[in-house]
Design a protein around this ligand. Structure first.
Ligand code: SF4
Length: 387
């Protein structure tokens, strides 16, 4: 598609968007430096995650791991701990593996070539283009859903943007429009426009710096491009989890306990849990029997309020059950931990929600094992668990 009648028109378009970005850019912490490591960490954290959710994690993570060497040296458990709550934990594992490769093979510097960047774990075309353009001014255009939407509206491109041929066309268009004198700013400008002005719903065309060049706007199609994608109905899943609690207020967590347990817990420390079909307590008791060789008939599983948990296309209901035991059972790859200290381990947000339900329940009941009087009910506070 020929987007502009002349090179001059294209240059004027680029200048308008760059000027707008430099005047209106949000003051985000990863924009304070062009250090490739910092840009890289930000791009990985921002994958499938909103900026507001990333903000509290980014600074803390860089405080603990200020350099690629410090990240490479750290044990995986520590890296996961400081990623804990951000979700999509394969990102943290890949970042950690990639940091070790950068130190071992690239002298601690993020590689400058696209091929070498793409060879690192967890780095795809979008992330490579973002890091190389922002950190090294490499002339590589980014293309993700956000940028694709802006380009589709600018060019009034209809149809499913993710259809392979159309996506390739958008990639070519992105590269054609790239302001090669400032590729890092250009890529960020397009992202910023998509996030703040040319938003998925109700684009603010009156505030848009490139509205004069926008075909969708001139055709009155800005609200209709791109066409909404049909989302598959969410898969409903119910997971029962056991919080075994001993008289000292400790519970048992398992690490990556195997095929019976759900990917929801991201191979991090978790409560014993199982996907259930009908009778949650009975199916959980059977699971505990198998896991710990426990005799669960006399073990009372006290149901706690269910917790909703959504993960991409899945709608998950977590069914926590409290079981008071005199002694925690033994199991391979398990550890006993005080419930309120659970946040010191790498755990997923699903595990935090289950623990929060148990803490509230613990405040409401007097256990035969408790020596202290009951505390008044407290609202679930996953932040407490993160301390
Ligand atoms: S004019 Fe409207 S639709 Fe076109 S790029 Fe700007 S905000 Fe998006």
């Amino acid at each position: 598609m020929k987007f502009f009648p002349s090179r001059r028109a294209r240059t004027a378009f680029q200048r308008r968007l760059l000027d707008w970005f430099r005047a209106h850019r949000r003051d985000l912490p990863w924009r304070a430096s062009h250090d490739p490591y910092r840009v890289w960490v930000a791009e990985i954290m921002l994958q499938q995650t909103r900026i507001a959710a990333v903000l509290p994690y980014y600074g803390r993570f860089l405080k603990i791991f200020p350099t690629v060497e410090s990240l490479a040296r750290a044990p995986q458990e520590k890296v996961l701990k400081f990623w804990s709550g951000l979700g999509y934990y394969s990102r943290a594992r890949n970042l950690h593996r990639a940091a070790r490769e950068v130190v071992a093979r690239h002298d601690g510097k993020f590689p400058r070539s696209l091929e070498e960047a793409l060879a690192l774990p967890g780095i795809g075309r979008y992330t490579a283009a973002a890091v190389l353009s922002i950190a090294y001014d490499a002339p590589l255009a980014v293309l993700d859903g956000n940028v694709a939407r802006v380009l589709a509206r600018l060019g009034a491109i209809r149809g499913d943007l993710r259809a392979p041929a159309r996506w390739r066309g958008l990639g070519t268009l992105a590269q054609t429009l790239l302001a090669t004198q400032a590729p890092g700013d250009w890529n960020q400008a397009l992202m910023e426009l998509g996030e703040t002005v040319c938003t998925p719903q109700n684009p603010r065309c009156a505030a848009c710096p490139v509205s004069r060049a926008c075909r969708s706007r001139s055709l009155g199609l800005a609200d209709r491009i791109p066409a909404p994608r049909r989302k598959p109905a969410p898969v409903k899943i119910r997971i029962a989890a056991a919080i075994l609690r001993d008289p000292r207020g400790r519970t048992i967590l398992l690490r990556d306990p195997g095929a019976h347990d759900h990917v929801l817990f991201s191979r991090m420390w978790q409560f014993p849990a199982v996907e259930v079909a009908r009778h949650a307590a009975g199916e959980l008791a059977a699971h505990l029997r198998e896991l710990f060789a426990l005799r669960c008939a006399p073990l009372s599983l006290e149901p706690l309020p269910a917790v909703r948990h959504g993960v991409t296309f899945r709608s998950i209901t977590l069914l926590p059950f409290l079981a008071r035991v005199e002694r925690l059972p033994a199991a391979p790859r398990s550890r006993a931990v005080a419930l309120h200290r659970l946040g010191r381990l790498p755990v997923s947000s699903a595990t935090r929600k289950i623990a929060a339900a148990a803490i509230v329940a613990g405040a409401r009941h007097v256990s035969p094992f408790d020596s202290a009087p009951p505390r008044p009910p407290q609202p679930p506070n996953p932040a407490v668990l993160g301390s």
